[in-house]
Design a protein around this ligand. Structure first.
Ligand code: SF4
Length: 352
């Protein structure tokens, strides 16, 4: 039996950050009922999983017992990757030891920045010191696969503060970095804060910041393997690779997405409905796994790219894009360059 990925959306946050439009609620009294609902859904799905990813929201608001209850309900393959997103302010050394003992073996910290001013601007609850202590505590608790999210082009960010952030990354016991550009999402407090919006670096500076981040991360041993993801050798996120390789995964929890061939599904954004239903509703969005979709996802994987033999339609624009420096060709494969990653949607739609 081919194992799949299991994504569990944990929709709880202590407070909403100013830029975030992920689905989450602040009523933490619901975590027991939520845990029971996750268990019911896992049991009903009867799957077999070699990667489990607790995303959010803030999964580290669940207790180690609740994480253990959820993992015990799942049929998990040998040598799994079990990842959990954590907020630096919601973990203690004891908690880290406890979640490791129940099977979590990869942590992804929502650091975003090592500048307390930038963190305040983002409305994050942690400061720079807490981010560093959480990562060091995770190493001490025995985690040897630790990722950090880093945000680029934050309001007011300068090249100096970006370099400081990248320098901190290189000094800490990290194996993986996800580096995202700040995106202004409609309806968030950031979207209506003119002062902060004015301070967001302009397009040229944002592009330069991204290219500098790619360069510095690679210099520190974090090799780019996806538009926004960088890993030391052997530490690419196995779960997220399934998304880009168009492999099947089951998503559980409000706002979770799934791909179970041949369809893609999403679950409604309602914790109340999720808790009340014996098994949550899954709404079919569309057919998944078309050739175009597979190519679009594969092109995000900067080391793999796509084969021109498999996608002969790419020939039309490939030479022009190679000459412009957005794409490179290695053997029969076309791959995005860092400059191409900056305009990936446009390049991908041209090629495909
Ligand atoms: S960024 Fe993370 S911690 Fe902040 S509100 Fe969104 S999900 Fe919650």
């Amino acid at each position: 039996m081919q194992p799949n990925g299991l994504y569990i959306h944990v929709p709880f946050c202590v407070r909403k950050c100013s830029y975030c439009d992920f689905y989450s609620v602040t009523d933490l009294s619901l975590t027991d009922l939520y845990t029971a609902a996750v268990v019911r859904n896992i049991t009903a799905a009867d799957g077999y999983f070699d990667t489990v990813y607790f995303g959010g929201g803030t999964p580290s608001l669940l207790t180690a017992n609740q994480i253990c209850t959820i993992l015990s309900a799942a049929n998990i393959a040998p040598n799994p990757e079990i990842s959990m997103e954590c907020n630096p302010n919601s973990v203690t050394p004891d908690y880290l030891r406890d979640i490791r003992s129940v099977g979590v073996n990869r942590l992804s910290f929502g650091v975003q920045s090592f500048s307390s001013n930038e963190l305040k601007m983002l409305g994050r609850l942690h400061n720079a010191e807490q981010a560093v202590s959480a990562i060091l505590a995770a190493e001490k608790a025995g985690f040897c696969n630790i990722s950090a999210d880093l945000m680029l082009a934050i309001s007011g960010q300068t090249f100096d503060s970006l370099r400081y952030n990248l320098d901190m990354i290189s000094r800490l016991p990290l194996t993986h970095v996800s580096a995202y550009m700040l995106k202004v999402e409609e309806g968030t407090p950031l979207a209506s804060d003119r002062d902060l919006l004015e301070k967001i670096p302009d397009e040229d500076d944002t592009a330069e910041m991204y290219l500098e981040a790619v360069h510095k991360l690679e210099e520190s041993g974090f090799m780019q393997y996806e538009i926004s993801n960088f890993a030391k050798s052997g530490y690419e996120c196995r779960h997220n690779l399934k998304y880009w390789r168009c492999e099947e995964y089951l998503g559980i929890g409000p706002a979770a997405h799934s791909y179970i061939k041949p369809h893609r599904y999403f679950c409604p954004k309602s914790i109340e409905d999720f808790i009340a239903a014996p098994v949550q509703d899954k709404i079919v969005t569309d057919e998944g796994g078309s050739m175009e979709e597979r190519a679009m996802l594969a092109l995000r994987l900067t080391r793999e790219g796509i084969s021109v033999n498999e996608y002969p339609q790419t020939e039309r624009y490939a030479d022009m894009l190679i000459k412009s420096g957005y794409v490179k060709k290695e053997q029969d494969r076309l791959k995005l360059t860092p400059e191409g990653c900056l305009v990936s949607n446009e390049i991908i739609s041209r090629l495909i």
